[in-house]
Structure formats: structure tokens, C-alpha cells
Design a protein around this ligand. Structure first.
Ligand SMILES: Cc1cc2nc3c(=O)[nH]c(=O)nc-3n(C[C@H](O)[C@H](O)[C@H](O)COP(=O)(O)OP(=O)(O)OC[C@H]3O[C@@H](n4cnc5c(N)ncnc54)[C@H](O)[C@@H]3O)c2cc1C
Length: 210
């Protein structure tokens, strides 16, 4: 059964600390999920020593009330520490970096694939504009991409930090927690939230006044 009809996020306090579960409806009978633990809980729960199967069972236990009797299953699932990649130099000789090799964007932003594809499109455009002169095209590629890329990189790192510090926010009331999550990158203002999610903002503000 699909538990999540649209993008959903669960955050819960386990014995070891805060655990987050982001879920996207993927198919008629399943949702695809990515779990996040901050470093402290991950170490305390002993993830480094668990098999993939054991870590899946651990998460099933943490989210048992939300899974309502359903199970989790793996799909090449493994735990990893997110690697932050950022390069000052984008190219050398006839080699240019694009996508994750150029820079990573924490997966909580959901933009890594888009960035990689936009890099490819910009590189094709730069090559055309420079009449396929490789050195000039690489310079043009960097001109096109550096500003938007740096903006997203900062947002992605703000999101990554938010996840790493999630345990400190577990005491918040649900709407305060959800609001902190929505504005975590600094790119979404209360005004924007009121436009795109008016019912949510009404409830969030009403809770603040109660
Ligand atoms: C858990 C998780 C969830 C994510 N969720 C999202 C999401 O919801 N939305 C989103 O937009 N992005 C998401 N991302 C990020 C997204 O997957 C990456 O940003 C994107 O795949 C980057 O594309 P890429 O082509 O640069 O690199 P990759 O997709 O990593 O492709 C690089 C390819 O090069 C191959 N390769 C490596 N070394 C060599 C070699 N020496 N020779 C030949 N081939 C080689 C690799 O095998 C791989 O196939 C997520 C990432 C993770 C880990």
C-alpha cells in the first residue's frame, strides 16, 4: 500500500535521538524513502556495525506507529555520510566538471539531478556560443553557472545543517517544527508560505497565538 500519497516527512525521537524519514509516493503499492540520522544517533544506534537488513529493521521499529503494520524493504539501500563536494576550479585543459563531480547538493533539497542536467545544458550552450572553442566555452560555462550554482549550494548546506541539528528541535510543537523545516534554507519566506500553503500558515499562526 502507498503510505504517502505525496511528498511526506516524518521526524521522530528514537532512543538514540532524532530520526527523519522523507517519503515520496513511487508506485501503486510502495513509497520510496530516504532516512536521515544525525551523526550522534547514528553512532549510538550502532549503524556502522549493522547489516543493511538490520538497519532496515531498526527503522521499521522506530517508525512502527506511522507504518501502521506495513514493512520497509530495501532496494540497494545502505547508509552513507553525505559527501560535500565543492570545487574552486571548474576545468583544466580539456576537462570540465559537471554534476556531482562539480558540486553536491544535499539530497534533502531534491535538486542534485536538476543541477546536473542544467550543467549539461549550460555546457552545450557555452560550446555553441564559443563556436566549439573548448577553452572559451569552459570560461563561458562557468560564467553562466557559477552564480545560480553557489546560491543552491548555500541552500543545500543550510538544509544539511538543519538535518544535522534536527535533534535540538524535537521539543518544538508540530507546527513550529514543520515551519522551521519549511524555512530551513532561507529561500522560503512566511509570505511565500502563506501564498503556497495558506491553510498550513493559518494553523501555524493560530498555534502561536493560542
Ligand atoms: C539517497 C539520495 C537521494 C537523492 N535524492 C534526490 C532527489 O530526490 N532529487 C534529486 O534531484 N537528486 C537527488 N539525489 C542526488 C542525485 O542522485 C545526484 O545529484 C545526481 O545523480 C548527480 O548526477 P551525476 O550524473 O553528476 O552523478 P551520478 O548520477 O553519480 O553519475 C555518475 C556516474 O559515473 C559513474 N562513474 C564513476 N566513476 C567512474 C569511472 N571512473 N569510470 C566510468 N564511470 C564512472 C558512476 O557509476 C555513475 O553512474 C539523491 C542522492 C542520494 C544519494
Amino acid at each position: 500500500m502507498t503510505l504517502f500519497e505525496s511528498l511526506g516527512a516524518l521526524a521522530t525521537a528514537s532512543g538514540e535521538g532524532a530520526v527523519d524519514w522523507d517519503a515520496v509516493s513511487a508506485a501503486a503499492r510502495a513509497s520510496t524513502d530516504a532516512g536521515a540520522l544525525d551523526v550522534g544517533p547514528a553512532e549510538r544506534a550502532g549503524f556502522a556495525d549493522m547489516s543493511d537488513e538490520e538497519s532496515i529493521r531498526y527503522c521499521e521499529g522506530v517508525f512502527a506507529p506511522d507504518l501502521a503494520g506495513h514493512g520497509l524493504f530495501g532496494n540497494n539501500s545502505f547508509w552513507r555520510t553525505f559527501p560535500i563536494v565543492h570545487n574552486e576550479r571548474w576545468f583544466a585543459d580539456n576537462v570540465v566538471l559537471i554534476g556531482d563531480a562539480l558540486r553536491t547538493a544535499h539530497f534533502s533539497l531534491g535538486s542534485g539531478t536538476r543541477l546536473a542536467m542544467e550543467d549539461g545544458i549550460a555546457l552545450a550552450r557555452a560550446l555553441r556560443e564559443a563556436a566549439y572553442e573548448v577553452p572559451a566555452a569552459f570560461v563561458r560555462f562557468e560564467e553562466i553557472r557559477r552564480a545560480p550554482m553557489e546560491t543552491l549550494f548555500r541552500a543545500a548546506n543550510a538544509s544539511l545543517r538543519w538535518y544535522e541539528e534536527m535533534g535540538e528541535r524535537m521539543h518544538l510543537a508540530p507546527y513550529d517544527f514543520a515551519h522551521a523545516y519549511m524555512v530551513r534554507t532561507g529561500r522560503v519566506s512566511d509570505d511565500k508560505l502563506a501564498r503556497v500553503a495558506p491553510r498550513f500558515m493559518e494553523r501555524y499562526r493560530a498555534q502561536g497565538e493560542a
